[in-house]
Design a binder for this molecule. Sequence first.
Ligand SMILES: [Cu+2]
Length: 123
Amino acid sequence: MRPKWFLVVAVLAAAAACGGGMSSTAQVTIRDFSFSPSTMPIKAGTTVTWTNNGPMSHTTVSDNGVWTSATLAPPSGGGGYGGGTAGQTFQFTFSTPGTYPYHCSIHPPAQYPDFVGTITVTP
Ligand SMILES: [Cu+2]
């Protein structure tokens, strides 16, 4: 049987990892034409990074005006020869609990109904 101190260490490590007001991060990948994951629950204080990995330029824009990214260029060049650039990113930190739907302003939901996402922020 495992000694009890092992359990204590595990609980303390878990508390240190997610408690105490430490910030955390989450990732959304933009493709042609989807946000992945399209729905994402996070805790308040989490910084979300959107990364464009599709072949076209895209944006991430809050339906309610909470955030508006610049145009995010796709990754380019290199391939098997190396070099090139990574796809551009946009970051936003969610402080207030709520539901935050968003879309790409270049490819709006009227033409791309599945190209939408939602961030749900809990306290
Ligand atoms: Cu787009």
